[in-house]
Design a protein around this ligand. Structure first.
Ligand code: ZN
Length: 456
């Protein structure tokens, strides 16, 4: 029973940490897990003293919104360096979104040629007449759908009106896939921005003031009512409010398939950070108050969060610079390479075990996106995807970001971290050795949906 490779360290399982354990790999797959004396293997890698987590699964990122599909190459490099072995990429690509099976197949080709980590893909629909494309996208391997109640761009990122949204939910319900919704009420935001501009207020804090909590919770209510009506699994793509998760819980209790995720920035950033970082702290929904961050940790502890994601959006830094008008800055943050160190740091600060990270940043996103049983856990038969964390005192430096030059900025630059990613393994191969990305474009591959969705 010789193995190809054995990796030694403290193995983080959902139920606890297997100290001085090992993961034995045959081919690309985990073949054994144990504790104590490791079995024989052609090669042994010793990470003794370090934490071996499942490779993280980031259920929400944007590679193609900034520079089109060529953006997959750089963003997936930063994923490799960040211990993220599977990304789920959003469909709002430039110049056109992933709205039918042919476009989807074209994107799969880009993933297979250029990605450094494995990647699953969302599908979406066009603003008009797009519902018919839903079965084809599901058949092509889309793991989930994404629609929006808010329009950034009529082609790339359209608002789907309520009539079309209900029809789309009915069609998506037949596929069993999840549909994630960008949840902001357009009228409230546009009205507030117009009022702010009329009084000459375009300074950074106005980004938060013009997207008040009500614009989110009204959208949450609308989509969850439609979930109840249609039977579709409807998911808040990013709740910045604990109330969004409470609403999901309430609708679940009434029989809806409702859920919501939280991006890591809503677990640690506040309006003060928006003022400090200006455009580099602008994302949608915006950072909230310190009290809201506390409430987020309460709902996390209560098990009401589907999973934690990054909403990574590697805009070129010139699009983020503030020149007196916060509304002109691009919305979205980089977060892939800082994801694992930051999550480990936050959990430690909050007195929560590292197993929470294995659950909320790997297993649960894999389950919600139908990538289970293949991705998301250290289990026999699963892909040998591992994130190796070294504990210590580190400082996150944006200059180390592995992406094209313009994307080397981070809202977490200079932040103290209690861990760093010492190595990343993808299907049994080392793709990050702690200082160099060893994956090549195309090392990562498209991952189709494996099984049913979370509620299936
Ligand atoms: Zn997003």
């Amino acid at each position: 029973m010789q193995f190809d490779r054995v990796i030694k360290g403290d193995i983080v399982l959902p139920e606890g940490v297997l100290e001085r354990g090992y993961v034995a790999i045959r081919g690309e797959t985990i073949a054994a897990i144990g504790q104590g004396v490791a079995p024989l293997a052609d090669e042994t890698t010793d990470h003794t003293g370090m934490l071996i987590l499942p490779g993280l699964v980031d259920g929400h990122m944007h590679t193609g919104s900034a520079v089109g599909w060529p953006g997959i190459e750089g963003a997936s490099m930063s994923a490799a360096a960040g211990g993220v072995t599977t990304c789920v990429d959003m469909p709002y690509d430039v110049p056109r979104a992933t709205t039918d099976a042919a476009i989807f197949a074209e994107k799969v080709g880009w993933v297979n040629r250029t990605s450094h980590v494995d990647m699953a893909l969302y599908g979406t629909i066009t603003k008009h007449d797009g519902v018919d494309a839903i079965p084809g996208l599901a058949a092509a391997g889309a793991c989930s759908f994404k629609l929006s109640t808010y329009e950034y761009d009529a082609t790339r990122f359209p608002r789907i009106d309520n009539t079309t949204m209900v029809a789309a939910f009915r069609e998506i319900a037949k596929t069993g896939l999840m549909v994630a919704i960008h949840n902001e009420d357009q009228e409230i935001v546009e009205g507030a921005i117009a009022a702010a501009r009329a009084t000459g207020r375009t300074d950074p804090i106005m980004h938060a003031r013009t997207r008040p909590p009500l614009c989110e919770t009204m959208a949450d209510l609308a989509i969850f009512e439609m979930a109840l009506e249609t039977g579709a699994h409807v998911h808040i793509a990013h709740s910045s409010l604990a109330r969004g998760l409470e609403l999901a819980e309430m609708f679940r209790a009434q029989g809806a398939r409702a859920s919501g995720e939280v991006c890591i920035q809503y677990l640690c950033m506040t309006e003060d950070d928006l003022v400090r970082l200006q455009g580099f702290g602008k994302c949608n929904p915006p950072f909230r108050t310190a009290a809201e961050v506390e409430r987020m940790w309460d709902v996390l502890r209560a098990g009401k969060i589907a999973y934690v994601s990054t909403d990574h959006a590697p805009w070129d830094r010139v699009r983020k610079e503030y020149h007196g008008d916060i509304f002109a800055c691009g919305a979205g943050l980089t977060g892939m390479q800082s994801f694992a160190p930051l999550m480990a740091t936050l959990l430690e600060k909050r007195g929560l075990p590292i197993t929470v990270m294995a659950s909320l940043c790997a297993e649960r996103p894999a389950r919600f996106h139908g990538l289970w049983p293949k991705k998301g856990a250290i289990r026999v038969g699963f892909d040998a995807d591992l994130c190796v964390l070294e504990r210590g005192e580190f400082t996150f430096d944006e200059a180390t970001i592995q992406d094209r030059e313009g994307a080397r900025w981070s809202p977490y630059h200079g932040r103290a971290m209690s861990a760093r990613v010492a190595a990343t393994w993808l299907r049994g191969n080392c793709i990050w050795d702690g200082s160099v990305v060893r994956a090549r474009p195309g090392t990562g591959q498209f991952v189709p949906r494996q099984g049913g969705g979370f509620f299936a």
